[in-house]
Design a protein around this ligand. Sequence first.
Ligand SMILES: NC(=O)c1ccc[n+]([C@@H]2O[C@H](COP(=O)([O-])OP(=O)(O)OC[C@H]3O[C@@H](n4cnc5c(N)ncnc54)[C@H](OP(=O)(O)O)[C@@H]3O)[C@@H](O)[C@H]2O)c1
Length: 242
Amino acid sequence: MKYVFLTGTNRGLGQAVSQALTDSQIISITRSPVEETGNIYKSFQVSFTDTEELEDKLSDIYTSINPEEGDEIYLLNIAGSVNPVKSLANLGGQEMLDNYKINTLAPTLLIKGFVKHFQDFQGEKRIVTVSSGAAVNGIEGWGAYCSSKAAIDMVHDVLSKENKHQANNVKSAIFYPGVIDTGMQETIRSSDIEEFPNLDRFKEYKENDVLRDAKEVANALIKVVTLDDFGSDESYNVKDYI
Ligand SMILES: NC(=O)c1ccc[n+]([C@@H]2O[C@H](COP(=O)([O-])OP(=O)(O)OC[C@H]3O[C@@H](n4cnc5c(N)ncnc54)[C@H](OP(=O)(O)O)[C@@H]3O)[C@@H](O)[C@H]2O)c1
């Protein structure tokens, strides 16, 4: 059996991944409710801005399965937020912290729980976190998003080093998904041009059909996480798997 701990299951890329993983049992971790039907084996509800509650729930989340020899366990960190879209001069401390909690702290806590809880499980254990080109290229108005994604990239850098030198037996990588036609792009297109000077470029992505369908990106992500030599690269880009 393949068990997949998945965030963002209720919409966007996370939902498309969940729908495409028909051969897996999904353990869903979301803010919005998700029904335990079909391949959703268990669902946990918590807002990632409440890091204390998430940390308290880690034990329940990871004891919700009892993997046996031959089973595989994946953690796919997909949930994310681009908000607040504001120039640095207007960025509030709390909203920046909330963005960091969603994009950096929550996936890090989920990684920590996964690595620790399944330390003695000898089967296949894989972690993918969805990052963004914004982690490596600063974009005006995205001070919180760019820096929180850069931070999770660095957490993964550390993780892949720890995988090599500690007894984790975990394989992990970052996935760069390109631009996807999801709610996040709607949020971006509804930004204030004063705060986000690239607004017209992102509107053109939609008008010119540049945004990829979430199902296409989900299939690429699944191709990546199931590669025979998964983890031999520290990051994978959607364009190489379409
Ligand atoms: N769309 C793009 O063009 C694009 C480009 C590069 C990278 N990405 C990355 O791809 C991933 C998926 O994005 P998407 O396009 O699918 O975005 P989306 O459609 O906006 O979905 C975002 C998901 O994150 C969840 N989320 C947001 N705030 C949360 C919170 N406080 N606690 C728990 N969950 C929360 C949402 O849950 P709710 O429904 O409860 O809000 C939703 O399930 C993200 O990591 C994003 O940064 C997207």
